[in-house]
Design a binder for this molecule. Structure first.
Ligand code: NCD
Ligand code: ZN
Ligand code: ZN
Ligand code: ZN
Length: 345
């Protein structure tokens, strides 16, 4: 079965400042190994990407070092609100953190939030880390400053229902859900210990069920929130939240499709066409993923390419194997091996 190259609009590649966790080369290799040929990289780096200069340097580094297409987000920070219009000429989207999570970015205060909503170009989306009541707050801001917004990693029943209601009212709202929130619950968090901690945290079975009930309607994209941290960090003092996901996302969704939980067409919509449309991403000519939908195996079926070297899905029974990835006419993955000298300058 031939699928288009998958698009992941939420990954953390950790450049600059977190290169011991991931870098453009290892992160993009992990993406390709997972059948993902385009990623959007988050700005919660050290320092964060909040100025034109930082964005330009990070994007140029990404272009030089990545094996797949990488687009850098700009980050919203109260200190650099003046730069938003110019950042908006370069970045495909803005990331706004309304709640506390890993990294140095969080924007507080109604005035700041309104200015962010007003300053970012209206033809580009603002992606928001908003949990629980923060989703209602973001929707409320649309009254004063109507504009497209996109909710990251929606994980709770009440959240997806609120977003569904907003969509019914015609508000310019889209959202993504991660594979870990579709496949794991708080029971898995107990089993996984510190490796099962991420933001939003894993939820109850009723939340997972609610997400699946909205799989053909409210959910626009599957995005990994690939958030690599080393095992040493996860098992040390003050463990940072986040789990890697680039190499398990398509295998998990293929497994769900093989079980009839969604159609292959719907999978491709949420992992290729809709993210490309929301973020106005360019097409990649001669790019596809060859999969064997019948092949069964225990994950992972290849040594992981992410620098953090672990996965919360180790040992899971999967059905649907990535055989080959072709990017712009070149074979870049063959049977779990990233052919890393291709697409390099
Ligand atoms: C992310 C990270 O590590 O950068 N962690 C996480 O638990 N999801 C931050 C984020 O996406 O909120
Ligand atoms: Zn600054
Ligand atoms: Zn987040
Ligand atoms: Zn994230």
């Amino acid at each position: 079965m031939k699928l288009p190259g998958m698009v992941d609009v939420h990954v953390h590649l950790r450049v600059p400042g977190g290169e011991h966790k991931e870098d453009f080369r290892t992160g993009s290799a992990a993406a390709l190994a997972g059948g993902i040929t385009t990623v959007l990289a988050m700005p919660n780096t050290f320092p964060p990407i909040v100025t034109i200069d930082q964005l330009s340097v990070a994007q140029e580094t990404a272009n030089r070092q990545s094996l797949c297409d990488v687009f850098m987000y700009a980050g919203a920070s109260a200190e650099h609100l003046n730069e938003l219009p110019r950042l908006g000429e370069q970045a495909p989207a803005l990331k706004l953190y309304m709640d506390q999570t890993y990294g140095p970015l969080k924007t507080n205060g109604l005035e700041n939030l309104l200015r962010v909503f007003e300053s970012w170009p209206k033809n580009k989306v603002i992606c928001i880390h908003a949990e629980q009541e923060s989703i209602a707050a973001a929707l409320g801001l649309l009254n004063a400053a109507p504009r497209p917004i996109h909710f990251c990693h929606v994980s709770r029943k009440a959240e997806i229902e609120l977003i569904a209601a907003a969509k019914r009212q015609g508000l310019p709202v889209t959202c993504e859900v991660t594979p870990h929130h579709l496949f794991l619950t708080e029971q898995d968090a107990t089993r996984l210990g510190r490796l099962g901690d991420m933001r939003p945290t894993l939820a109850e079975q009723r939340d997972v069920d609610a997400l699946w009930e909205h799989i053909n309607t409210t959910i626009d994209c599957i995005a990994t929130d690939h958030a690599p941290h080393t095992l040493q960090e996860k098992q040390g003092e003050n463990p940072p939240p986040g789990v890697p996901g680039l190499e398990s996302s398509l295998p998990l969704m293929l497994t769900a499709a093989s079980q009839g939980r969604l159609s292959y067409e719907r999978l491709v919509e949420m992992m290729h066409f809709t993210p490309r449309r929301i973020f106005s991403l360019p097409a990649q000519p001669e790019t596809w993923v060859e999969i064997d939908p019948d092949s069964r195996y225990e994950f992972p079926d290849h040594p992981l390419y992410t620098k953090c070297g672990w996965t919360p899905f180790a040992g899971l029974a999967m059905q649907g194997r990535i055989r080959q990835v072709v990017l712009r006419g070149k074979t870049v993955v063959k049977d779990g091996v990233v052919l890393s000298d291709v697409n390099q300058d």
